[in-house]
Design a protein around this ligand. Sequence first.
Ligand code: FMN
Length: 163
Amino acid sequence: MKSIVVYFSRSGNTRAMAQIAQSRTGSDICELLSPEPLPQDIRILHDNVVDLKLFPGKKSDPLPLPFDPDKYAVFIIGSPLWLGTYPDFFISYLESINWRGRKVFPFISFGGTRGSYYERLKEVCKGASVDLPFEMHTTSRSEEAREFELWLDKINNFTGNIK
Ligand SMILES: Cc1cc2nc3c(=O)[nH]c(=O)nc-3n(C[C@H](O)[C@H](O)[C@H](O)COP(=O)(O)O)c2cc1C
């Protein structure tokens, strides 16, 4: 069963997880980039994210994916949490996929404050079977790294891929 790791990462934490996921599951991998340059200053970025949440404006078309989603049955989807959820542009990329019959394994990197991100993902991946997420703290401990490997092995059991 063909699988792909699809992720966004601003400061590298999710990227590190995505690379482990790719090598342990033998999946393809694709990094989704912000369509606009992100401000370097974390306070300005934070304010921008808040503004977008409060004033989302008119809904735009989904962003074009840099890979062909029809080649994959399994999506391993990773992102940092921003204000308890996914960055809006990340969700926008996922909106163009026909999720019917597909399997999704989500993982996140976060500081420790969750929001309703899992509900949001299930909403956008309508028709897919969305597994329970794996959550890695920014200051992850070694037990979390081991748990992540075990979570990835569960994906291997599902796909039949050999690591
Ligand atoms: C704009 C912004 C908002 C964030 N909001 C949250 C949050 O709501 N909850 C949380 O636990 N961490 C939050 N964080 C921390 C990131 O999720 C965390 O640092 C993550 O590991 C970053 O992943 P990355 O290195 O792949 O970008 C936020 C970070 C940024 C930049």
